[in-house]
Design a protein around this ligand. Structure first.
Ligand code: C2E
Ligand code: MG
Ligand code: MG
Ligand code: MG
Length: 284
């Protein structure tokens, strides 16, 4: 009986896989074209710091794909697809180069050269032996110092392949590039990752931020997490997904140094960022 149930589940699973791969190949072909035609774009979202989180300290670059037929495909969909299809190295390199060029232009036009660009990096990019060279070239082509670049890596990558990537991480840090642990608090081995790897910056996942103001225990817990991170010598801590004044107030009370979220600005095009020039006006 149990065996029959098991087999039945396998049949359903197979059907899903088949359906999945059929849709994937159509979308995958479009994605491959988009990557090769260089039409994957970027939006930038401000990261806030300073007194009361009133100054922009940098921008996160978020990949965007607008297909004429499919519409806007979210990165949660096309990034994993690019990983499966072996397109992520090209996609990631294009994002990295564009992000560095955009930041260099922002520096020139705003006169502020302290702003940093935060770029998401996929595991497959980091395993490439020439990733350090790619980063060095992206920086020098844009005329940017390494200290302006922060690479965001997810915990899963670092847990699985951390040791293998260690050499690359050290090479990047030698360029002055900061290594950020993204989505902290969603995995199971956060602490092990923090203790084991050279991390300069931690981004607290928006699921943690969301609990502030909902769960009375959350502020105390978030404070403990931040204290732990800071006690390890990591002073760049960013809360992601800040949407309300209440969350901001609680983050301030628990000593979170930096924030990011819709409260300060949605991800927007380089042109829109440029048009705003100064810190984005907070919605009232
Ligand atoms: P992430 O790196 O954790 O990026 C933060 C996500 O939260 C972004 O979603 C951003 O638009 C969204 N967000 C920002 N503020 C708020 C807020 O206040 N509330 C809520 N609910 N969401 C907020 P997005 O742009 O859809 O990107 C999703 C994920 O796709 C990213 O998560 C990242 O893991 C991945 N991704 C995006 N661009 C790239 C890329 O160039 N390379 C790689 N490897 N991954 C990327
Ligand atoms: Mg990120
Ligand atoms: Mg994140
Ligand atoms: Mg992420």
């Amino acid at each position: 009986e149990a065996k029959a149930g098991g087999r039945a589940r396998y049949v359903v699973f197979d059907q899903h896989l088949e359906q999945g791969s059929r849709t994937r190949s159509a979308v995958g072909d479009r994605l491959e074209e988009a990557v090769h035609d260089g039409v994957i774009g970027l939006e930038l979202q401000p990261i806030m710091g300073g007194e009361g989180y009133t100054s922009v300290v940098g921008w996160e670059a978020l990949a965007r794909w607008n297909d004429p037929d499919l519409g806007a495909v979210p990165p949660d969909v096309f990034v994993p697809l690019a990983e499966q299809l072996g397109l992520i190295a090209d996609l990631g390199e294009a994002v990295l180069r564009r992000a560095c060029l955009d930041l260099a232009r922002l520096h020139r036009l705003s006169g502020e050269d302290d702003l940093a660009i935060f770029v998401n990096v996929s595991p497959a990019q980091l395993w490439r032996t020439d990733f350090g060279a790619v980063v060095r070239d992206a920086l020098s082509s844009a005329g940017l110092p390494g200290r302006c670049l922060r690479l965001e890596l997810t915990e899963t990558l670092l847990v699985d392949k951390g040791s293998a990537a260690l050499g690359t991480l050290e090479e990047l840090r030698a360029l002055g590039v900061a290594i950020c642990l993204d989505d902290f608090g969603t995995g199971y081995a956060s602490l092990a990752t923090l203790l084991r790897l050279p991390i300069d910056c931690v981004k607290l996942d928006k699921s943690l931020t969301a609990r502030l103001g909902e769960d009375p225990a959350a502020p105390r817990q978030v404070r403990a997490v931040i204290d732990l991170i800071v006690s390890l010598g990591i002073d760049l801590v960013i809360a992601e997904g800040v949407e309300t004044e209440e969350q901001e107030q609680l983050l301030h009370e628990v000593g979170c140094p930096m924030t990011q979220g819709w409260l300060y600005g949605r991800p927007s095009s380089f042109e829109a960022v440029l048009a705003a020039r100064t810190a984005p006006v907070r919605p009232s």
